[in-house]
Every structure is written in C-alpha cells, then in structure tokens.
Design a protein around this ligand. Structure first.
Ligand SMILES: NC(=O)c1ccc[n+]([C@@H]2O[C@H](COP(=O)([O-])OP(=O)(O)OC[C@H]3O[C@@H](n4cnc5c(N)ncnc54)[C@H](OP(=O)(O)O)[C@@H]3O)[C@@H](O)[C@H]2O)c1
Length: 298
C-alpha cells in the first residue's frame, strides 16, 4: 500500500480508501471487524458523511477507530441539513450551519478533530466567501485539519480550487465515468488532490447485469466491462486491480475510494492493491469510449 500526500497538507492517505457509506450500521460488530481488518491491511483513509444513516455512519466509524485515532484519517462532509422529520434535506453552507454541524460531527465521531472536512456538493450560487471563511476559521481553531469539496460540477470545484485552500476534490471517476479526466491537470496545478469515488462503477465493471450508465449505451458498458475481464484474464490479476490501476497509475489521483461492504470485498481490494505492482497497462490502447461533463461548466 502506498501513501500519497493530500494537497498541500501534511496528511498522507492510503492509495485506496474505505468508503463507509454502505456499511451496515445495524450490525456494528461486523462493521467494526471490517474496519479493523482494513487498518491491518494498510488502509488509513475512511470516508463518511453526516448525511449517511442520519449520522449513525459517523457514530459507527468513530466507535470503531476510537482506540486507534492517530492511525487513521477521518474524512466527513457537510452541507446537507435534514428537516425536522428527516424526510428530506436542504442545502446549507452558511457560517451558522457549518459551525453547528462540525460540532455534531465531532461528537458523533468521538474525536477532537476531523482530518478532512468536505463540502458535500454545492452550487455556483452558494455564498462562497462565507463558506471558505468559516472553514478557514475551523482550521485555525483546530477542529479540522484541512478542508475539501466533493463536487462533479466543474464551475463549482474550479472556483474552490483557484480561490480557496481546498486540499481535495472528490469525484466519481472510473473506466465507465471518464468525465474528470479533462480536469485532473488543472486540479493538480492548483495543488488539489483528486479523490476518486465509484471506481468500480457499483460493480458494473465486473459483470453485474449490464445497463445504460451515464452517457454510455448498454453496448458500450458491455464493451468496457468485457475489456476489463479480458485484461484481468490475460494478466492473471483481479478485475478490481485493473479498475484501480486506471485511477492510480495513470491519473493524478491521491486515493481511490472503494465502497467496501463485506469481508469478501475487502479481501479482494487488498489483493488488488498488492497486484498493482505486477502490471502496467497502456489504457489508451484499450480504446475505451470517453464521456465528458455537459453541464455546470461555466
Ligand atoms: N457525493 C459524494 O460525496 C459521494 C457519493 C457517493 C459515494 N461517496 C463515497 O464513495 C464511496 C464509494 O462509493 P460507491 O460505493 O458508490 O462506489 P463503488 O466503490 O464503485 O461501488 C461499490 C460497489 O461495487 C461492488 N463491488 C464489486 N466488487 C467489489 C469489491 N471487490 N469491493 C467493493 N465493492 C465491490 C459492490 O456491490 P455489491 O455491494 O452489490 O456487491 C459495492 O457495493 C462511498 O462509500 C462513500 O464514502 C461519496
């Protein structure tokens, strides 16, 4: 497992991160076992959000890593505010809301600091200056070590990259979602790490029943997943290793965040990471159909 620097911070993330969103919050012992095993396997980066399971996901992660706090990097998110009966949420990145949400997240995570605090989306109409000033203040008082954004809107994430001290942008990114490709250099030049989520395209890359995906037709999805299978057979490595290699070896990606839900997922992911040094793939030669962002460009 390699560890990569997060933006200009002094935080190092394992090249593969543990996405906690799909963990079973009702069976805490299973989830805690998975998190322990991931740490033993070299994963130090864990991603959650206040939104997931109405905060229960943060509580689960906080409990699981309490005795090993200094060994892990906790990333969580802010901006989605549940309404009173928790039937829907509204978007809020005002100073007042961020300041109360961070305290709630710290309490649920049972920690004094969050390593990476991410704005969970956002629009070009948000009060950018107020949000940035609030996050900068949280860094200065030590409640968060760094801040970033999770956005697939170029006009939003580029503004943060160019006009704030974000260390990262999280984007859905995979062989089936190549939309971030055109932005990696710009983000890199602004010293912003790309954190790739959804690198397995929810398993569509590995033989899950084929369906249309983003702008890809069924035939294109079939073609791309068959290329992954072909390469995996040819090289004698797991298809997960091909999907991760696309993100980690050829792009400016600090970490690939995988949604790990079962022990089998974790075992395969760790093996796939081990196999990364056994193969080098010329992805350009695969002739993968590419897609690009169509909205929120300007
Ligand atoms: N806007 C945001 O900020 C945002 C949005 C979405 C996600 N996230 C973060 O990104 C993380 C990953 O997202 P994701 O779960 O949508 O994407 P993913 O990692 O592409 O998909 C995970 C799914 O892929 C399938 N899969 C097949 N082989 C696997 C293997 N060896 N290991 C793990 N999964 C395998 C599993 O399906 P089965 O469970 O059916 O087997 C699993 O649920 C989340 O946990 C969350 O932390 C952030």
């Amino acid at each position: 497992m390699l560890y990569n620097k997060l933006g200009l911070s002094n935080i190092y993330l394992s090249e593969v991160g543990f996405g906690c969103m799909s963990l079973n919050v009702k069976d805490q012992s299973d989830s805690k076992y998975l998190i322990d095993k991931a740490i033993d396997g070299g994963i130090n980066y864990f991603d959650t959000a206040d939104l997931y399971d109405f905060g229960e996901n943060e509580k689960l992660l906080g409990t699981a890593v309490k005795q090993k706090r200094e060994k892990v990097i906790i990333a969580t998110k802010v901006g989605n505010k549940w309404n009173a009966d928790k039937s829907a949420w509204t978007w809020d990145v005002s100073k007042g809301y961020i300041n109360s949400a961070v305290d709630d997240s710290l309490a649920r995570l049972q920690t004094d600091y969050i390593d990476l605090y991410q704005i969970h989306g956002g629009t070009i109409d948000d009060n950018f200056e107020e949000a940035v000033e609030t996050l900068e203040n949280l860094v200065s008082i030590g409640k968060i070590r760094s801040y970033g954004i999770s956005s697939i809107r170029p006009n939003v994430f580029l503004r943060f990259a160019n006009e704030s001290n974000i260390v990262s942008n999280m984007m859905q990114f995979s062989l089936l979602d190549t939309r971030p490709e055109g932005y990696l250099n710009t983000l890199n030049e602004a010293n912003v790490s790309t954190l790739a989520r959804g690198g397995f395209a929810q398993g569509l890359l590995f033989g899950k029943p084929v369906r249309e995906y983003l702008d890809h037709s069924i035939a294109q999805v079939q073609y791309i997943s068959s290329r992954v299978t072909q390469l995996s057979n040819q090289l004698g490595v797991l298809p997960e290793s091909i999907a991760l290699a696309y993100l980690l070896k050829y792009q400016r990606v600090t970490s690939a965040l995988v949604g790990i839900r079962t022990e089998q997922h974790l075992v395969k992911v760790l093996k796939a990471v081990d196999q990364l040094s056994n193969h080098e793939i010329d992805f350009d030669s695969l002739e993968i159909p590419k897609i690009s962002y169509q909205s929120h460009i300007k």
